[in-house]
Ligand binder design. Structure first.
Ligand code: TIU
Length: 241
């Protein structure tokens, strides 16, 4: 470990200076609608096995991350039951017989509160881990993620989840523009289209890391082994007067 609690993580295009106390694991949209049979993703004709490959590496990383008492954030893509935050363009995109807000096998498609909208049991959030409900692809658009990060002194993100070229990529770009450093472990993100996964990762690390860093979870695990558990921020017992 270097001075100021910095740990170097092997990454491309160059090593990532990991500061555990101010770094959160941001798990994007690991929802039943995208990953489980009968969900929205499969209904659109996608091969969900391509996404399910990322479940186990995420489980292992999440377990190691929680063991060290580091900060975890989760996102879910979806809409209010009244669909007030669903743009007409998104509603009709794809021109499929059933679209967002319609009834599917796991409840209304991508609607908050429905079974399909929720996070898969394998990666279910613990109490105290913020879940950001987002209506768009990027996790900053129309959400309180930025405020949560500022309030919790988060300056770096390890971004995992699905899909590599859509919600992961959009979120990394949004975070980068807000001054946050993002590292993406390639085995913890996935796409329905392997080609897009590869290119999505290349886009992040191109041009000297134009949007961020790409690594593998083995290197994140190696870094985690070097740190002692962090003290979790405790809610103050007495109300301040
Ligand atoms: N979470 C996320 O990436 N939402 C998508 O709609 N992804 C697709 O790849 N369609």
């Amino acid at each position: 470990m270097k001075k100021n609690g910095v740990i170097t993580i092997e990454a491309e295009p160059y090593p990532f200076e990991f500061t555990p106390a101010t770094c959160a694991l941001l798990i994007i949209d690991m929802q039943r609608d995208f990953l489980e049979p009968g969900g929205f993703g499969e209904m659109l004709g996608n091969d969900i096995s391509q996404l399910r490959r990322a479940i186990e590496p995420n489980q292992k990383l999440l377990a190691a991350w929680r063991e060290k008492g580091l900060q975890v954030l989760h996102t879910r893509e979806g809409h209010r039951p009244d669909l007030g935050c669903l743009s007409p363009a998104k509603k009709i995109r794809g021109r499929t017989p059933r679209t967002i807000g319609d009834h599917g096998p796991m409840g209304r498609i991508l609607v908050r509160g429905e079974i399909g909208h929720d996070i898969i049991p394998e990666l279910y959030p613990l109490p105290g881990e913020p879940v950001i409900d987002k209506p768009g692809k990027g996790a900053f658009f129309s959400t309180d993620l930025h405020a949560i990060m500022q309030n919790r002194n988060i300056k770096q993100l390890i971004v995992t989840g699905v899909t590599t070229e859509v919600c992961v990529n959009t979120t990394v770009r949004e975070a980068n523009d807000r001054g946050y450093d993002c590292l993406v472990p390639e085995d913890c993100v996935a796409s329905y289209v392997p080609e897009f996964h590869d290119i999505g990762l290349k886009m992040i690390k191109a041009q000297g890391g134009i949007f961020g860093w790409v690594s593998h979870s083995i290197h994140v695990h190696a870094a985690l082994k070097k740190i002692s558990p962090q003290k979790k921020p405790q809610p103050s017992k007495k109300p301040r007067r």
